[in-house]
Design a protein around this ligand. Structure first.
Ligand SMILES: Cc1ncc(COP(=O)(O)O)c(C=O)c1O
Length: 477
């Protein structure tokens, strides 16, 4: 099958090695739990290969402007594994991927092929999902305060499911989209989440009766209840409470003559805490809702965070000498920062961890090195996180790597002082201009909120790989 070029900034690498293509594992292996660790390990190797392959085509000292730009490696196999993990742990809940989190076209295509639905919050997001052939019935317009012209667009496109949380919105919907299927979004306790949403959205439990009564009076079709416990939620009891509040609203609606059929449990899932959250949510749903009630969710970061790795080039370095202590540290300037893909530092409260990308491209002695970050600083251990081969003897004897930690601060390319990725990072490597750093877990709320401030691009290339044969087949890689 021909490679898929989604646009002129997108590049697909495939068939990395015969071993990778033949040494694959079945869905049933995965579901039995036997394969998850193996798949992730194999994926690390593929990501490392893809990073290397791309940077080896670039010589920052002679390349054209932009050739050395930061770039992503996206492993669609990771998204696929997360989907299987979801199905295994929350079989009753149909995920509707929150497009806002990462509207990457290949991710959307894969999730569409896997049967997921989509949570869209704007006309452009709805358009993007419809463009790949998704039926409008698989879309929820999950924005309780909608733009009128967008609402008219949804009516034309036959997207009928949408949320509301206030009386003004009900009047607007009555006027523009009277046949919509409405989900009453309720307030949650999101105090244990990274990004709180309930200060902006969600009807309080004191107001739900009034809203349902008005909806009835306006002859609107209320079909369900929705909530969101906050993005990056960490307290499973928030899910338990929200589900039981939703039950109360179902009963209030029934008393008014509505037969609600759908509960939307929103997003808030993270890969790290999923195994703790999922059973609590699953149990709460089963305890409160009969199997006739359809349960959907709107996960975003859970699906894409770990699938994207970002590589950035060191464009400048300043040496900082401390005369008093006689020590030396460095300020490293990269070609991506908080106005770009590290927007997640500002908007999503993230702390991306740099790792050194070793390369064999070293014709002029750039100090590439192995990827061992300082384990005593809480960074990934060399054995678990290694993307690169061990240090070879030549380079070791050239003293490229020192065992004494070197102190760095890491900055983005713009003129703004806020553009700081890390104020303090230690590495045994001596890093210099032209070197590459990479960052794991850069797939959620990163490129979608990047800007072009100072004239830097917000359209970074994505190299797609796929560490799962099942996913490769679905997207035609
Ligand atoms: C309405 C809605 N649904 C889903 C999401 C996705 O949340 P998460 O990425 O935490 O799963 C968000 C995130 O802001 C949201 O606002």
């Amino acid at each position: 099958m021909a490679p898929i070029f989604l646009d002129n900034t997108t590049q697909e690498y495939k068939n990395w090695s015969e071993k990778t293509n033949t040494d694959t594992h079945s869905v049933s292996d995965f579901l039995s739990g036997a394969d998850q660790k193996y798949g992730a390990k194999q994926a690390k190797e593929m990501i490392g290969n893809a990073l290397q392959k791309h940077i080896q085509t670039i010589d920052p000292s002679v390349c054209e402007p932009g050739d050395e730009d930061a770039f992503f490696v996206a492993d669609l196999g990771d998204v696929y594994r997360q989907h299987l993990r979801w199905k295994k742990n929350l079989p009753r809940i149909t995920p509707h991927f929150a497009v806002k989190c990462n509207p990457d076209p290949m991710v959307l295509r894969l999730l569409a092929a896997l049967g997921a639905g989509f949570d869209c919050a704007s006309k452009a997001e709805i358009e993007e999902v419809l463009k790949i052939g998704v039926d409008p019935s698989r879309i929820i317009y999950a924005q309780p305060c909608k733009t009128q012209s967008y609402l008219r667009y949804t009516v034309k496109q036959n997207v009928r499911q949408m949320t509301f949380d206030n009386t003004d919105e009900l009047y607007k919907i009555k006027q523009i989209a009277p046949d919509a299927e409405l989900f009453l979004r309720i307030f949650t306790d999101d105090s244990a989440s990274l990004c709180r949403l309930s200060q902006k959205f969600g009807a309080s439990m004191e107001n739900t009766q009034e809203l349902l009564t008005l909806a009835k009076k306006l002859d609107l079709n209320v079909a369900g209840v929705a909530f969101h416990v906050g993005s990056g939620a960490s307290d499973p009891s928030a899910f338990r409470k929200a589900v039981s509040d939703a039950r109360i609203v179902f009963d209030q609606a029934a008393a008014l003559g509505y037969q609600l059929h759908t509960l939307d449990v929103g997003g808030g899932f993270m890969s790290d805490t999923f195994d703790v959250m999922a059973p609590v949510l699953g149990q709460a749903v089963d305890d409160n809702f009969p199997s006739s009630v359809r349960i959907i969710a709107e996960p975003g970061r859970y699906y894409t965070s770990s699938a994207f790795t970002l590589a950035c080039n060191v464009i400048a370095r300043r040496t900082v000498e401390d005369a008093a202590t006689g020590t030396k540290s460095y300020m490293l300037y990269m070609n991506d920062g908080v106005y770009g893909n590290f927007s997640s530092i500002i908007f999503d409260h993230q702390h991306p961890v740099p790792q050194v990308l070793r390369t064999t491209y070293n014709k002029d002695g750039f100090n590439y090195s192995f990827s061992e970050s300082m384990t005593d600083s809480g960074y990934a251990s060399a054995e678990e996180g290694r993307l690169t081969p061990p240090l070879d003897n030549d380079r070791a004897t050239n003293n490229v790597v020192t065992r004494n930690p070197i102190e760095y601060s890491i900055w983005g390319p713009t003129c703004d002082g806020i553009d700081c990725i890390s104020s303090s990072w230690s590495s045994p490597e001596t890093l210099d201009i032209g070197d590459w750093l990479y960052f794991d877990d850069m797939g959620a709320y990163t490129k979608c909120s990047a800007t072009r401030f100072n004239g830097f691009t917000d359209r970074h290339m994505t190299v797609y790989i796929c560490s799962e044969a099942g996913a490769r087949a679905l997207v035609g890689m």
